[in-house]
Design a protein. Structure first.
Length: 327
């Protein structure tokens, strides 16, 4: 649970991983706990991020560990408003790992890089003894360029909340594949690069905050945005885009689809006057067809769901992701 991105991880991060001064550097690094660090460089800013990938199974409907490794890092850059430029890749591989499987993974990474418009420019490979690792671990780091970074703590009362597509797809896809449920193509991962969609949205209007709802899902992302911004967010349950197949699988497994990871979605807080223009721009992108306005920002400090039957309930930060090893 400490690796699952929820409240338990936040406690570990605050009490252990960032308490030393050089792990918390000068207004550009970990102290903001954003999707990446912003490093001023002349008139530009460099966005820098890193991510490690341990998904199981390695291949699943709609994606694989290679595609996640590229998209996960490129999307973290995009959430800061940064165009992905270059990635590094380090692989730790278990002795005996099939070379043909490795080639499938690398080929998938190459296809994802084509979509991102970025390249892998440096890397490292290590091989460890059989039995000391579950196949393969991939670390990718990335840099991007941006003039005016977007943070996840910029929500303002009056803002509108937009989500770029259906929620819960990736997490439910991975758990059903892992547990051997044969659902055909009913549930597929949403793993995809989001920069093109984000760029279109930024050109259409004013975006105050962005976050990708990966580990801990939408619940974790929206709570983090609200808490850092010091605002209340009210979500409209009936407007949340969730596929019927995902709802059915989540009910079968007893999992809240708002708490599981997505790998190709964006949660945005945008200026009210620009919301419809931004939504239209997102919907024109191939990964944004199911985008929707799902809430608003008000004074206060919480995340509240306005339910479809006219009630209200809190959306809490999950303790951890209910589906481990999804990315």
């Amino acid at each position: 649970m400490h690796g699952a991105g929820g409240a338990v991880f936040s406690d570990l991060l605050g009490k252990t991983l960032t308490k030393y001064k050089n792990n918390n550097a000068g207004g550009i690094g970990l102290e903001s706990l954003d999707d990446g660090a912003v490093v001023p460089f002349g008139e530009q800013n460099i966005v820098f991020t890193t991510d490690s990938h341990v998904v199981r199974p390695l291949f699943f409907p709609g994606g694989d560990i290679g595609r996640i490794a590229v998209c996960g890092t490129a999307n973290d850059l995009a959430m800061m408003g940064g165009k992905p430029v270059a990635l590094s890749c380090a692989m730790i591989i278990e002795e005996g790992f099939d070379i043909d499987v490795l080639e499938r993974i690398v080929s998938s990474m190459d296809s994802a890089l084509d979509e991102c418009g970025a390249s892998i420019v440096t890397g490292d490979t290590k091989v460890v003894e059989k039995g000391s690792l579950d196949g393969i671990i991939i670390n990718t780091a990335g840099i991007g360029a941006v003039k005016k970074p977007v943070r996840d703590n910029g929500l303002k009362p009056g803002d509108v909340i937009i989500v770029s597509g259906t929620i819960g797809d990736h997490g439910l896809c991975v758990i059903t594949a892992r547990e051997g449920f044969d659902l055909g193509e009913q549930i597929k991962s949403d793993v995809a690069p989001t920069w093109g969609l984000v760029e279109s949205a930024m050109n259409a209007g004013e975006i105050h905050a962005m976050k990708d709802p990966t580990r801990g899902g939408f619940s974790n992302a929206i709570n983090e945005m609200a808490d850092k911004s010091g605002v209340q967010v009210r979500i409209y349950e009936e407007d949340l885009p969730i596929r019927r197949s995902v709802k059915s699988a989540s009910e079968l497994l007893g999992i809240n689809p708002l708490d599981v990871a997505n790998e190709g979605k964006v949660v945005m807080g945008v200026a009210k006057d620009d919301a419809e223009k931004i939504l239209a721009a997102i919907k024109r992108h191939k990964y944004g067809k199911d985008a929707a306005i799902i809430g608003r920002v008000t004074e206060g400090k919480s995340v509240i769901m306005e339910t479809s039957i006219g009630g209200e309930r809190f959306i809490e930060t999950p303790v951890g992701d209910p589906v481990p090893r999804v990315c």
